[in-house]
Ligand binder design. Structure first.
Ligand code: GDP
Length: 329
């Protein structure tokens, strides 16, 4: 059985192996493993919370892995340890993985002070996300200074990652049309920072996009009375231009959050969301596994499909079955 000491003490290579094993334990759905993972998490918790948690998102091809590699190398160069966790929503949708297929972050992967771990598919995005929260705590207990959580921008995944990090950054292409679309979709209002990547390809377009995003964000912030106006930066993941500035902006955001008393508040709210997610997930699984529910579900589904029963009525019948109550009406 792995204890926290194995994550924190001894040679680096052995600590990394222990961390990888501990994460595998967390990922297991076997009840015995789950119990061990819970014990490990309880032991790890007092040692966690010390890292800077940064979320990064953007459409496929925007340069997320290139950016994380540049940022990771920059941080490692400053003597920091960096864990990269990838939340990959594609696997539950398409059966394939957007993040996992290619060889990514080759230079960062061989750095002794970096640790890269993709999340496997977990059916639901909620499952992946809450699992990532747990992995994050283990990485913190293992002493990592910075946790970078990467996700592909497909709407829901950004909400999940913004909901588990201190600072959520959106990577954008130097294309103003896309930027406005993102703003419309409400994704940009999740962002604490925006980095316009690939500015090397067309510096003027990047400048224009930046001006446009800044003015849209200003309007939006005025309308919503937000305290933090997201910083908009530009640069190139390939040449690492703008990466040091990005990190400085992360730190400014952190200082602002602390001064405004929002840092702890955000983390506490995230912990409560984590609790709720786990309860929801547990209830969902218990519901599906309940013999009475399983016995009636197919027939009720048919009734709903055929229009014989309202979905709400069928749901109530199943819930009553689950709760061991008689169905009325
Ligand atoms: P991801 O799908 O968001 O992880 O994107 P990748 O990091 O895999 O990058 C997609 C492609 O864009 C790759 O061919 C990268 O080499 C390229 N790329 C990434 N960042 C930059 C950049 O700043 N400038 C240029 N010119 N190309 C970039």
């Amino acid at each position: 059985m792995i204890g926290v000491a194995a994550l924190r003490e001894g040679p680096a290579a052995a600590r990394r192996r222990a961390l990888a094993k501990a994460i595998t334990l967390l990922e297991s759905s076997l009840p015995a493993h789950r119990a061990q993972a819970d014990a490990l998490l309880t032991e790890a918790l007092p040692h966690s919370g010390g890292a800077i948690r940064v979320g990064l998102s953007g459409v496929p091809g925007v340069g997320k892995s290139s950016f994380i590699e540049s940022l990771g190398l920059h941080l490692v160069g400053q003597g920091l340890t960096v864990a990269v966790l990838a939340v990959d929503p594609s696997s539950s949708v398409s059966g394939g993985s957007i993040l996992g297929d290619k060889t990514r972050m080759e230079k960062l992967a061989i750095e002794p002070n970096a640790f890269i771990r993709p999340s496997p598919s977990r059916g639901t995005l909620g499952g992946v996300a809450s699992h990532t929260r747990e992995v994050m705590r283990l990485c913190e207990a293992a002493g990592f200074d910075v946790i970078l959580v990467e996700t592909v921008g497909v709407g829901q995944s950004e909400v999940a990652v913004a909901g588990m990090t201190d600072c959520f950054a959106l990577l954008q292409l130097p294309n103003a049309g896309d930027d406005l679309q993102a703003l419309k979709k409400g994704v940009m209002e999740l962002a604490d920072l925006i980095f316009i990547n690939k500015a090397d390809l067309d510096p003027n377009a990047a400048m224009r996009a930046r001006a446009q995003i800044v003015s849209s964000l200003r309007l939006h912030n005025q309308a919503h009375g937000a305290q933090w106006l997201p910083e908009v930066l530009q640069g190139s993941a390939l040449s690492a231009e703008g990466v040091a500035e990005f990190w400085a902006a992360v730190q400014r955001h952190r200082a602002h959050q602390r001064e405004a008393g929002q840092f702890e508040a955000r983390r506490h709210a995230q912990d409560l969301a984590w609790l709720q997610e786990r309860i929801d997930e547990g209830l969902r699984l218990a519901f599906a596994a309940h013999p009475g529910v399983a016995a009636h579900w197919p027939k009720l589904k048919d009734d709903v499909r055929a229009g014989r029963l309202a979905a709400s009525t069928a749901a109530r019948a199943l819930l009553n079955e689950f709760l061991g109550e008689k169905t009325h009406g």
